[in-house]
Design a protein around this ligand. Structure first.
Ligand code: SF4
Ligand code: SF4
Length: 283
């Protein structure tokens, strides 16, 4: 397959070395576009594709943005990452998107392959770019590196045998256990999330499940109670990560929300452990 036949991936950001995106030292690749619209989204500029309205172009003082034939052009070499463009965008998007094929991205991965154990592709919601993901993972596996998907779990990954063949592990958000609460929080119910957790857990394809704890907004006790019971039933060794809500980068609606106390996080951890999740951690 040559470059012309390859799928174009829309990449928001690449972090060459990360030790918080799965096992070991990993390259973290964030794809643009998400089907959730979480109340507490920490990077809302990853939600939508740019519609080329051009409003952010004059905001850039460094001439990194321009309009050519009605489309925003981004010059990464001139960009100083001040994010003034992102602050201007009213469409939950970013002009700083790189369109890239798996072969092109592999050139960046090959440069650091001796320093990483694998790559983690996140988002946005990376599984919305499933073909690009599969092409990239197929190539990455040939280097002997591991491949992780960081996902909101809303697409039926468990049914995608081709993708799973080249995916080592998934990291799945369990944002709320009750489907209606999940809908209020994200815009979608969570039946597919639960099915993914159940089926991918049976296939030993889960590295961790994560729940963000937001006091006064979510029924955290219910989600942790039900979620940990589900995990314990599938495999008590699956890592269950309880994440303290922090109001960095979120939209104004939630800025005033209380940050959970350490005592409350420990109370939730105790619930999960009592339910049999022996690998529960707080971050
Ligand atoms: S990033 Fe936002 S503001 Fe800039 S052109 Fe695209 S949609 Fe318009
Ligand atoms: S982040 Fe880059 S492209 Fe955006 S305004 Fe700043 S310099 Fe310009």
């Amino acid at each position: 397959m040559n470059d012309k036949q390859e799928t174009i991936g829309y990449v928001n950001k690449i972090i060459p070395f990360s030790n918080v995106d799965g096992e070991g030292n990993r390259m973290a690749i964030f794809l643009q576009g998400c089907n959730y619209n979480c109340l507490y989204c920490h990077n809302p500029e990853t939600i939508n594709r740019c519609v080329n309205c051009g409003e952010c172009v004059p905001v850039c003082e460094y001439e990194a943005l321009s309009m050519v034939d009605g489309k925003v052009q981004y010059d990464i070499d001139k960009c100083v990452n001040c994010d003034a463009c992102i602050a201007t965008c009213k469409k939950n998007s970013s002009p700083k998107i790189t369109k890239i094929t798996a072969s092109e991205l592999m050139k960046k991965i090959e440069k650091v392959k001796f320093f990483i154990s694998g790559i983690t592709v996140s988002g946005g919601e990376c599984t919305l770019q499933r073909d690009f993901l599969k092409e990239l993972f197929t190539k990455v596996k040939s280097l002997g590196l591991t491949t992780f998907i960081d996902t909101n779990g809303s697409t039926p990954i468990y049914m995608d045998k081709e993708l799973l063949e080249v995916t080592d592990k998934t990291m799945i958000d369990l944002k709320a256990f009750h489907p209606e609460e999940n809908k209020i929080l994200t815009g979608l119910t969570n039946e597919t999330v639960i099915k993914n957790i159940r089926e991918l857990g049976k296939l030993d394809k889960i590295y961790e499940i994560r729940t963000v704890v937001v006091p006064e907004v979510l029924n955290n006790n219910y989600t942790v109670d039900m979620g940990s019971k589900l995990l314990a039933e599938i495999n008590p060794n699956i890592q269950y990560k309880l994440i303290k809500y922090r109001p960095m980068g979120v939209r104004k609606e939630l800025l005033e929300t209380t940050v959970p106390t350490n005592d409350y996080m420990k109370e939730l951890e105790s619930i999960a452990r009592a339910n049999g999740c022996i690998n529960t951690i707080i971050v």
